[in-house]
Write a protein that binds this ligand. Structure first.
Ligand code: 5AD
Ligand code: SF4
Length: 428
């Protein structure tokens, strides 16, 4: 987003800033609490700015703002602006209002005009770009705040997505990750006036000249359609990687979570993905210690991890979120118990992650170089399956797509040697 457009320049640190925006996440308590410690740290900086005769406007954006709007204003006197995730295109107007009247402003509405239409066209700031195509969720998993903070499912029209994708590629993106809370529920209006599926959208995106890689995240098992599976066979630009959260391996827990799928359906989906693309890698999210989870349920989760062999996953301790059905369920577990179970799940996940990396050693793969490493001359890129690869090679630049022989694996990443000269160089 262009900061100049708003009349601000981006600076590296909050000291002396005229405007500080904290973008917040409400998904788990730990994430939500972070905003209060961040605000605590800003308090002396805001006071210092006032002593200099200036004013530091402090805005809280995102899902904590959405969920705790008024309470946040009352509890934190230094907050000037509160803006929910559906209203952040109104931020310039809210800030202007606050600056004019030296007062405070709050907007946590779900305005009828889609925010995407009101935001400036983004440009890529590296070879790998994100593109939001869908927001919100109607699934109402028992533990989750998203349907409350982000509202009902909304899909952007395909033409708007394609225009944005072309602009990202024109400004240097070689890879686009299509984003949505429930991305495979995408059903945006196509140019023909009919709804397009995610697979159809990915096919159209794949036609953009200069776009070398496509990914999408995050998917829900309930919305995996036949055409999405087929896209992994037929779409040449779509990477062989799917982030498909399962949350638990126990049918009892999946039911309590209101996930709308069971273990068998999930494993069946994995089989179907692998049938069209045997090298496809699966990643997942897990919640450990959902209310009522027993030792037997946990063992089911561990056995599902072994059955799928996830290439990468996130695991979280269940966090009771205010207003969600799971927060009121009986059988809440003690934090120490959740921690102990989380450690077991994470340990099992890391065994499979390391094994997947080890299995790549000796292979030759395409790597998109997207950032600098810690050592001089070292660059980091990603394999088609998202694994990080460290490479050092004269003349190699960020944005290059190169063929790399993978020579060794650590627990989290690979090291490789460039085999082929640059396959494609990012256009400046
Ligand atoms: N507690 C713990 N983890 C949660 N997630 C969502 N809600 C909660 C919660 N209340 C996790 C899920 C989801 C990921 C984005 O966050 O695993 O897939
Ligand atoms: Fe939350 Fe995902 Fe469930 Fe929607 S599908 S309620 S975003 S966990």
């Amino acid at each position: 987003m262009s900061w100049r457009l708003w009349g601000y320049d981006l600076i590296a640190r909050p000291e002396g800033a005229d405007l500080v925006i904290l973008n917040t996440c409400h998904i788990r308590e730990k994430a939500a609490e972070k905003v209060f410690s961040d605000l605590g740290r800003l308090r002396p900086l805001k006071a210092a700015r006032a002593e200099e005769g200036g004013r530091m406007v402090v805005a809280v954006a995102g899902c904590v703002a959405q969920a705790e709007g008024e309470a946040l204003m009352t509890r934190m006197s230094l907050v000037d602006v509160v803006v929910g995730p559906q209203a952040y295109h109104r931020l310039p107007e809210l800030i202007a209002r606050v600056e004019r009247a030296a007062g405070r402003a709050i907007d946590t509405s779900f305005p009828p005009e889609p925010k995407f239409d009101a935001l400036p066209q983004p440009t890529a700031d590296g070879p790998s770009a994100f593109l939001s195509v869908q927001e919100g969720c109607d699934k109402f998993c028992a533990y989750c705040v998203v349907p409350y903070t982000r509202g009902a499912e909304y899909s952007r029209p395909a033409s708007a997505v394609l225009t944005e994708a072309r602009s990202l590629v024109a400004s240097g993106a070689r890879e686009i990750t299509v984003l949505g809370q429930n991305v495979n529920a995408y059903h945006g209006e196509g140019p023909d006036g009919r709804p397009w599926s995610l697979a159809r959208l990915l096919d159209a995106l794949a036609e953009i000249p200069g776009l070398a890689r496509l990914r999408y995240t995050t998917s829900h098992p309930r919305d995996v359609s036949d055409d999405l599976i087929a896209a992994h066979r037929d779409n040449p630009v779509l990477m062989p990687f799917v982030h498909l959260p399962v949350q638990s391996g126990s049918d009892r827990v999946l039911q309590a979570m209101n996930r709308g799928h069971d273990r068998k359906t999930y494993l069946g989906l994995i089989e179907r993905f692998k049938a069209v693309r045997p090298d496809l890698a699966i990643a997942s999210d897990f919640i450990v210690g959902h209310p009522g989870e027993t030792e037997a349920d946990l063992l089911d989760t561990l056995s599902l991890i072994d059955a799928v062999g996830f290439v990468h996953s996130y695991a979280f301790k269940f966090s009771a979120r205010p207003g969600t059905p799971a927060a009121a369920l009986p059988g809440q577990l003690a934090d120490e118990e959740k921690s102990a179970r989380l450690a077991r799940v994470q340990e099992r996940l890391s065994v499979h992650q390391a094994a997947a990396l080890q299995a790549c050693v000796g292979q030759s793969v395409e790597v998109l170089v997207d950032r600098r490493g810690r050592h001089p001359g070292q660059l980091i890129g990603r394999t088609p399956m998202m694994q990080p690869v460290h490479v050092t090679h004269p003349g190699l630049e960020i944005g290059d797509l190169v063929r790399v022989r993978l020579v060794s694996a650590g627990p989290l990443s690979l090291a490789g040697e460039v085999e082929d000269p640059v396959l494609a160089r990012r256009r400046a």
